[in-house]
Design a protein around this ligand. Structure first.
Ligand code: TEU
Length: 563
């Protein structure tokens, strides 16, 4: 067997700096705060820290709108603070991966400021500029060059008065899309990436990187959007040159460097067929991708803000398909949570410790690289937002205002936002039961979840049955058992509505994972050979395995081993 890359047995921890730890009392997390909490990560045992954006930014999308890629935003600290964090992470034997947001910049980035200044500006072509659609006059309703709806509501085009042309922004109007067709844009991005690698970082998480190649004709999409807008997805997702651009990036940025790097491409809408191409090591693109299939299974016909209950069979079918598709060639990332998704314990669980640990067991025993999002290792839940004033996220706020303008009932819109809004993931990490959960001495930029009085890291360190210690054990299992990292995967009981079960196998070692992802007791038949197996991990004493059956208490999860 060829030696597997280091990241096949690694676990990544995502830090969302704004909400992690505040050292200054301004209510916003910062780099010094992160450095002060590295003990927590080391105790958990993670290998890699992925840092969400800390670059200079007007913060229209919490740093995913960058105005200088080579400067640290003062709200997070200084470049010296960053260097100290990086050194501390390395000293503790961990690696640091940066967020790379290069599908778009901020509209306040000097590149865009130049680009918008005139049609003859040398940087004009660094972004997507188009005149009004014939026969309309610029500014008239319907004059936008295409009918596409933005991810953050409204058209993807904004008219710029200086030249009377529109610029493209798939996200907020403060996030204009870079034109990757222009080789100068690509060279500037490569140079910036090399600058960070020279500084010592260990790789990149690449934001919406499958959107960088657009079909240059920019055609209208089917009019399935709000208010007659269209869906432009087929025109900008996984476009004609995306593989070429990623191969070029790998060559220009990583060739000749020695070190253990990690690259992961965030790719909304990516299919497993595409993912296998993106992650085939022979092609030299990215190590793994974040796919979105499994986090879209509870979206209704109206999209993410029209949620429906998850059918566990759909989840098993989806994740099982990805396990098989990337079994021989390519590699999976594994995640329930990030800063864009509601908290998994509230979404697919019932908020309890048992559901948090059962879901964690299922995810971490798959084949792939697991990602833990800050607070997930504590079982942090969605937040009880009372009203729209409690929300901060541009996506949620835009959606609320547009939906209400379009005549929807504000309470109904809020109910959907409470279930699916991104702010659920962005409330401060709950360190202690004290003032503002030990996150800040001041007033936090978004309210701390009131359940911090009992749900917090300090309380969990001393409790061997806590969610924290369960995550710690799962991470240890991956480090110590090659079968967890690189064993084969076989789904079992695919049609069972409530039990998630599968087998992992490497040579003579076999693991059986059985989890009851429901609030009622379940009984399942096991193959007789499992009667002699040893339990290597369980989240409850309340399970019972005899020769042929397992009786599973609500949310019970267990891992059995046969050698
Ligand atoms: O997200 C990309 C993305 O398409 C979605 O997950 C997005 O968050 C939205 O919820 C779609 O409904 C990435 C970042 O992770 C996100 O935080 C940024 O807002 C976005 O790109 C733009 O940079």
């Amino acid at each position: 067997r060829p030696t597997a890359p280091w990241w096949t047995s690694a676990v990544v921890y995502q830090v969302y700096p704004r909400s992690f730890a505040d050292s200054t009392g301004d209510g916003i997390g910062d780099l010094v705060g992160i450095t002060s909490r590295l003990d927590h990560l080391q105790r958990l045992g993670v290998d890699v820290v992925w840092l969400s954006p800390i670059y200079l930014s007007p913060q229209a999308d919490n740093g995913y709108d960058i105005s200088d890629y080579q400067a640290v935003d003062p709200v997070f600290g200084t470049l010296e603070d960053f260097d100290r964090l990086l050194a501390q992470v390395h000293e503790r034997g961990m690696r640091l991966v940066m967020d790379l947001v290069v599908n778009h910049t901020s509209d306040e980035h000097p590149w865009f400021v130049e680009s918008r200044s005139g049609k003859d500006n040398p940087k004009r072509d660094w972004y997507w500029w188009r005149p009004a659609r014939e026969p309309f006059t610029a500014g008239e309703p319907g004059a936008e060059p295409t009918n596409w709806e933005s991810f953050f509501s409204g058209p993807t085009w904004t008219l710029d008065e200086t030249t009377g042309e529109y610029y493209l922004h798939l996200f907020d109007r403060k996030q204009p899309d870079l034109n990757w067709e222009n080789p100068e844009v690509r060279a500037a991005v490569h140079e910036m990436m090399r600058w960070w690698l020279d500084r010592g970082v260990d790789g990149f998480r690449m934001d919406v990187i499958n959107f960088i190649s657009k079909h240059p004709e920019l055609r209208d999409g089917p009019t399935t959007g709000t208010g007659g807008l269209g869906n432009g997805f087929a025109q900008f997702a996984t476009g004609p040159r995306v593989h070429e651009f990623l191969q070029e990036m790998r060559r220009e940025v990583f060739a000749g460097r020695t070190g253990n790097f990690l690259t992961v491409g965030e790719m909304p809408g990516v299919t497993w067929e595409d993912a296998r191409l993106f992650t085939d090591p022979a092609r030299g693109e990215v190590d793994m991708v974040f796919q979105f299939e499994h986090v879209s299974l509870d979206h209704g016909p109206g999209g993410k803000f029209d949620p429906k209950p998850l059918d566990l069979r759909d989840l098993k079918a989806s994740l099982g398909r990805w396990q098989t598709a990337l079994g021989e060639t390519g590699w999976n990332s594994l995640y329930w949570n990030n800063h864009d998704q509601p908290r998994v314990v509230s979404r697919f669980g019932d908020g309890s410790r048992e559901s948090a640990t059962a879901l964690a067991t299922v995810l971490h025993l798959h084949r792939g690289t697991p990602y833990v999002y800050q607070g997930e290792e504590l079982g942090m839940t969605n937040a009880p937002f009372a009203g729209v004033d409690d929300l901060r996220d541009v996506e949620s706020l835009n959606h609320f205002h547009r939906a209400v303008e379009a005549g929807q009932d504000p309470e109904a819109v809020l109910t959907a936002l409470r279930a699916m809004g991104r702010d659920n993931a962005r409330t401060p990490v709950q360190w202690t039961a004290d003032h503002e959960a030990g996150f800040t001495d001041g007033t936090p930029w978004i309210a701390v979840n009131p359940n911090h009085t009992w749900l917090n890291a300090a309380a969990q360190y001393d409790d061997p049955h806590s969610v924290f210690h369960h995550y710690r054990r799962l991470i240890e299992l991956r480090h110590t058992r090659p079968v967890v990292a690189v064993g084969d995967f076989t789904m079992l009981l695919a049609d069972h509505p409530h039990v998630y079960a599968f087998e992992r196998r490497l040579d003579d070692v076999r693991l059986l994972v059985v989890a009851n992802l429901h609030g009622t007791e379940q009984t399942v038949d096991l193959a007789p050979e499992w009667a002699g197996a040893t339990a290597v991990l369980s989240n409850t004493a309340g399970h019972d395995v005899d020769a042929s059956r397992a009786i599973l208490q609500p949310w019970a999860a267990l891992v059995l081993e046969l050698t």
